[in-house]
Design a protein around this ligand. Structure first.
Ligand code: G3I
Length: 377
């Protein structure tokens, strides 16, 4: 036995195949990127994450495998929302969220908590009673949830989509605050102050975010800034702004990057997270979102090369801008593969191609464009 611990002695070479034997087929061409290529490309700039559901994670799906292979962070797409944790008064069900959070941590990924307050995920009971009743219920809920995940989740979307939607009314509207179920039940937007103060008290080490869509729209962004200024005036604790960036192929990247610059220029010290990045292949009129009318026709099961190239160029320009802005700490896609996306069902059911990986799990031109500077779009 040789001293190296391996077996000693010569081996007999395999007999050559009989004359005329066809050569073995070439190994299958794999389009799979090198493990960790996406997160490592931006490791010195920001974390790259993705939304994923517990159902996807626990089924060892292609999306789950890709998430582990390429991303460094996840955002539970649904499991941490109030209507999933506390669908009924008096009980908290963390089961699905625990499974997903522990799966992520077990795969060396960090977790963005999304979201403590969101009008679209608030059971009716939660807003019953007086403002004082609602405040107590909210403070107790936030304390319980953040205590439960302490040490496992250190970033929270405390409030999601709380800015006025009067943008669509074509006038100054009644901003800055969204007249949501929360606003109507409390009578004003003080619930935001309550939520952020409760979150800071629950876990002083956590980073607290206000997350909003269409911050790339300067009109709407003025209202975001107004709310941030009110927080500053009142001493409401906040650490950053989440820009959802649900964009499309008509998006001018400069407008999205201007949203980051506005926060930087007026609220130095706040960080910027991109929280729900995707690029829809449709730019529908408002009536499609409001009443599913006048929607753009379904592109069908094959994404046109020209649209894939446009998506690749926009994402290359966006990521170049994100890298140049030191306040950008996270870029989180809202899904892994195109068929994971909410945009296949909303505003109407049709094929969409908003993400980095196609339905077969292969990287799209957009993935190549942001990870390989030499890639020609
Ligand atoms: O997991 C349950 C499953 O057990 C059940 O059988 C099924 C039928 O009821 O529902 C499943 O839960 C669904 C969940 O997605 C997971 O797939 C919920 O019904 C469905 O409402 C939920 O939709 C999510 C939506 O937020 C509402 O929470 C979407 O996946 C998610 O992409 C979407 O994400 C939002 C962000 O939170 C905020 N910004 C906009 C974005 C898109 O709407």
């Amino acid at each position: 036995m040789s001293g190296c611990g391996g077996g000693g002695g010569a081996t007999t070479p395999a007999a050559p195949p009989p004359v005329g034997t066809p050569p073995p087929p070439p190994p299958p061409v794999s389009n799979a990127p090198a493990t960790g290529l996406l997160r490592d490309t931006f490791r010195n700039n920001f974390q790259v994450g993705t939304a994923i559901t517990n159902a996807n994670a626990q089924s060892s799906s292609a999306s789950a495998d890709l998430a582990v292979d390429q991303f460094g962070m996840i955002t539970p797409e649904y499991e941490l929302k109030l209507n999933n944790i506390a669908p009924n008064e008096g009980s908290l069900d963390f089961a699905e969220a625990d499974d997903l959070v522990d799966w992520a941590i077990g795969n060396n990924m960090t977790v963005r908590g999304h979201a403590l307050v969101w009008h679209a995920a608030t059971p009716d009971y939660f807003l019953q009673g007086s403002p004082a009743d609602i405040r107590l219920r909210l403070e107790d809920y936030i304390a319980a949830v953040m205590d439960h995940f302490r040490g496992r989740i250190t970033i929270w979307d405390v409030a999601n989509e709380v800015v006025s939607v009067d943008l669509y009314r074509g006038d100054e509207g009644i901003g800055p605050d969204r007249r949501s179920n929360w606003f109507e039940a409390v009578g004003n937007a003080d619930y935001l102050d309550w939520a952020f103060r409760a979150a800071r008290a629950a876990d002083p080490t956590a980073q607290l975010f206000l997350s909003e869509y269409e911050t790339e729209n300067a009109f709407k962004r003025r209202w975001v800034i107004e709310i941030l200024q009110r927080f500053a005036d009142r001493g409401v604790p906040i650490d950053g702004v989440g820009h959802q960036f649900h964009l499309n192929l008509d998006t001018d990247p400069a407008l999205a990057l201007a949203a980051i610059d506005d926060v930087d220029n007026q609220f130095m010290g706040l960080v910027n997270h991109i929280t729900e990045l995707d690029l829809s292949f449709y730019r529908d009129p408002g009536t499609c979102w409001e009443s599913e009318t006048n929607c753009i026709a379904d592109i069908g099961p094959t994404a046109p090369d020209g649209m894939l190239a446009t998506q690749a160029q926009i994402l290359r320009d966006l990521f170049t801008g994100f890298v140049q802005r030191s306040s950008v700490d996270v870029v989180n896609f809202w899904g892994v593969k195109d068929d994971d996306s909410w945009l296949n069902d909303v505003p109407v059911e049709r094929y969409n191609y908003p993400l980095l990986f196609d339905r077969g799990g292969d990287p799209k031109p957009a993935f190549l464009a942001i990870t390989d500077p030499s890639y020609v779009i």
